[in-house]
Structures are given as structure tokens and as C-alpha cells.
Design a protein around this ligand. Structure first.
Ligand SMILES: NC(=O)c1ccc[n+]([C@@H]2O[C@H](COP(=O)([O-])OP(=O)(O)OC[C@H]3O[C@@H](n4cnc5c(N)ncnc54)[C@H](O)[C@@H]3O)[C@@H](O)[C@H]2O)c1
Length: 379
């Protein structure tokens, strides 16, 4: 077996960990801070930074937002970028970091819709501080960006995009409203399930995905019910971090294959989209594997995931799917129709999903009809 594994060079985890950010910044020099509208830079550790350049962003990261922030970075030439926010802010900062020393707009470098020009080999160092739990974007090498013009999300991807440091402080997630907790938390759960069953899994990503699933099972419903439950928030922050480490090294699957066109066509939050298709996609994968590849080890992985999610050592695949369905309902995740997807667009979504890069990790090749059925059952 041959595989590689890479992640952020330095990871700090725990309640209060974000107080370490000023020291980490001081190792580099002048800072640009990309932050969400929910964060007040005049309080907490950001207040201790020496006159940083501030760039604010909320909502899915768009190409225009990256180009605007790039202009600021190219003019101010920061030594380090602090990404203090949800996955959207972190991805925006990672994109700016890797393109800051160049002079081209982001579209030139994008997969699928752009020219795919190679990324620079180095980035302005990024210190990622997630305020959601989450996306794991603090340890991944890509940034899915939204093009309104092309109605799709496409990734900027390169080894230099992995942040130099990830500071994972569950206290920062305590202010997340329930809908953000639900969407981000279900994204983290999906990002553990898909690497566990991925064709590209390896023993390290397996270990991380298993622990992440157990943490998500322990924390997700509790964090949604009571946002001030620090133990639940800690489980979810860790699940998110582990999911990012797993996905960056084992790839994903059909849920994320569908999420790429669905995100572009609806503009809905990524985590809500993943949540809306998760149960039907798992069922479709299990059915396809059972019918066409009954010896595929991924079937055992789905059974293992069922045991981890339900906490029942006798749980079977169907129990895991039932747990997912129940959790999605409890967390009040709307179906695709309510996220803005018109049934007339199902065929377009299916065609785009089948060629999306995440599909390469799916444990079985789904047919177009199977993908259409997933959309139908999630509508
Ligand atoms: N790069 C990767 O590997 C990777 C992996 C998964 C997802 N993503 C991307 O991450 C993005 C989604 O990130 P997300 O789920 O973290 O949501 P988000 O960053 O879009 O944030 C959602 C909302 O919550 C607010 N918010 C964030 N933290 C808060 C807090 N502590 N208190 C109150 N409000 C808060 C934000 O301002 C925003 O309005 C998507 O674009 C998705 O494609 C990237």
C-alpha cells in the first residue's frame, strides 16, 4: 500500500486555544485578518494584533469577493493572513493567500470553469481559526468558490493552500445559531462518512474518520439543542477538524459530487445541501453495492458507520441510514425543494454531479438514473 498524508503544520485544539493567535501571528509579522460579520475584532485575541488590515466577509465565497480581497492583499502585502470565521471566510483567505503574489484574477486558476492555470508553489502563510464546526477547511488544500455567472461552485486546489496553523477553539462556535450548527455539523459528519467509504481511503484517514463519526454522533444533536453545551461544541469542533484531515487525504463521494452543482444552482448553504441528500445518497450507494459489487469492502464500512452513529454494536446499515434521517429531521434541515431547487433542474444537476471531482472517491459508480432518484427522494 502506498499513500501520502499531509495536514496543517501546527494544530492547536481546545477551549481558549484562540488566545494563542497573537503569538502565532508575531512569528510572521504584519497581518491581514479575514473575518465574518459576527466577529468584533476590537474584543478577544484579535484586539491584541498590531493594526491588522481587516477584510470582512459573510456568505458563500464568491469569485468577486476573492478578487476584491486580493486587491487589498496585493496592495498591503501582509506577512500572514488570519482567517477567523466559518468555512466561507477560511476558504476566501486561503484563496487570497495563494494568489497574493501573482497578478491574475482567481478565475484563471479555477478547475472546471476557469483556465486551470497552475497555482503558485507558495502562499502567504494562513492561520485558520474556525468559528463554525464545521468544514475542516482549516486543514484542507482547497477552496470551493461560487461563480454566480456559471451557477456552479468550483475549487481552487493546491498543496500550498493548506494553512500553516489551525487553531480550533470550540468556545468560538458557541454563538452559532441552530441553523448554522445544523448545517455545519452535518457537513462535518458527511466529511467523515465519505472518506470512510471512499475508494481513496487509507489507514490514517480511516482512523480519523472513525473518531470523527463517533464525536459527531455524540455532539451534533446536543449542540443543536443547547448551543452553550461546551462538551457538545468540543465534540463537534474535533469532528470537524478530523473530517478535514480525512477528506483532504481520502477524497469524498457522491454527496459532495451533488453538492457542487446544487450549491451553484441554489446558492444554499453547503452543509444544508449535504444534509438534504445524505440519507438518499447513502441508500443509493448501499443498494448499488449490494446489487453490483456485493464483495466491495465499502459495505462493511457503512455497517461500521451505522454502529458508530447509533452507538449500538448490533446496528446494521439500515439503522445507520435511519439515524441519519432522524437527525436531519430533528435538526430541521429542509429538503432540496425548499433550498431553491426546481425539479426541472434535476437532469442538469445529475449530469454535472456525475463529472464532479468528488465523484472519484465514491465507492461505486452510480448511474445517471440512480443520481436522478437521489434527487427525487431528496426533493
Ligand atoms: N475547503 C474545504 O475543505 C471545505 C470543506 C467543506 C466546506 N467548505 C466550504 O465552507 C463553506 C461553508 O462554511 P460554514 O458551514 O462554516 O458556513 P459559513 O462560513 O458560510 O457561515 C455561515 C454563517 O454563519 C455565520 N457564522 C459563522 N460563525 C459564527 C459564529 N461563531 N457565531 C455566529 N455566526 C457565525 C457566518 O457569518 C455566516 O453568516 C462553504 O462554502 C463550503 O463549500 C470548504
Amino acid at each position: 500500500m502506498t499513500f501520502t498524508f499531509s495536514t496543517a503544520g501546527h494544530i492547536v485544539v481546545g477551549a481558549g486555544a484562540s488566545s494563542r493567535v497573537p503569538d502565532l501571528v508575531a512569528r510572521h509579522g504584519s497581518a491581514m485578518v479575514v473575518l465574518g460579520h459576527h466577529t468584533d475584532p476590537a474584543t478577544g485575541p484579535l484586539a491584541d494584533l498590531d493594526d491588522p488590515t481587516l477584510v470582512r466577509w459573510s456568505g458563500e465565497p464568491t469569485l468577486d469577493a476573492v478578487d476584491a480581497a486580493l486587491e487589498v492583499a496585493r496592495a498591503t502585502r501582509p506577512d500572514v493572513i488570519v482567517a477567523w470565521g466559518g468555512g466561507s471566510v477560511i476558504d476566501l483567505a486561503k484563496a487570497v493567500g495563494v494568489l497574493a503574489h501573482g497578478d491574475r484574477p482567481v478565475l484563471d486558476h479555477l478547475e472546471v470553469i476557469g483556465a486551470g492555470a497552475p497555482l503558485p508553489a507558495t502562499s502567504v502563510p494562513v492561520i485558520a481559526v474556525p468559528t463554525t464546526a464545521g468544514t475542516g477547511a482549516e486543514v484542507t488544500a482547497n477552496a470551493p468558490l461560487l461563480s454566480h455567472e456559471h451557477r456552479v461552485k468550483a475549487s481552487l486546489r493546491g498543496a500550498a493552500m493548506v494553512p500553516v496553523a489551525a487553531v480550533v477553539d470550540p468556545e468560538l462556535t458557541a454563538t452559532c445559531p441552530p441553523d448554522v450548527t445544523a448545517a455545519a455539523g452535518l457537513d462535518a459528519l458527511t466529511q467523515c462518512l465519505e472518506p470512510l467509504t471512499s475508494l481513496k481511503a487509507n489507514p490514517i484517514s480511516d482512523a480519523l474518520a472513525r473518531e470523527g463519526l463517533a464525536r459527531a454522533a455524540a455532539g451534533l444533536r446536543r449542540a443543536f439543542a443547547d448551543g452553550s453545551d461546551l462538551a457538545a461544541r468540543s465534540d463537534m469542533s474535533l469532528a470537524s477538524l478530523l473530517s478535514g484531515m480525512a477528506l483532504a487525504n481520502a477524497k469524498l463521494g457522491a454527496v459532495h459530487g451533488l453538492a457542487a452543482p446544487l450549491g451553484g444552482m441554489t446558492g444554499a448553504a453547503h452543509g444544508r445541501i449535504c444534509a438534504a441528500v445524505l440519507a438518499a445518497t447513502t441508500e443509493a450507494n448501499v443498494r448499488a453495492l449490494t446489487e453490483r459489487e456485493p464483495d466491495n469492502p465499502a459495505l462493511g464500512r457503512y455497517a461500521e458507520a451505522a454502529r458508530l452513529l447509533t452507538g449500538d454494536p448490533a446496528a446494521r446499515v439500515a439503522d445507520g441510514v435511519a439515524w441519519i434521517r432522524e437527525t436531519v429531521a430533528l435538526l430541521e434541515v429542509p429538503p432540496l425543494g425548499e433550498l431553491g431547487l426546481d425539479r426541472r433542474d434535476h437532469a442538469r444537476v445529475a449530469d454535472a454531479a456525475l463529472v464532479a471531482s468528488s465523484m472519484a472517491g465514491n465507492p461505486v459508480r452510480l448511474t445517471r438514473d440512480e443520481v436522478l432518484e437521489i434527487l427525487d427522494r431528496s426533493a
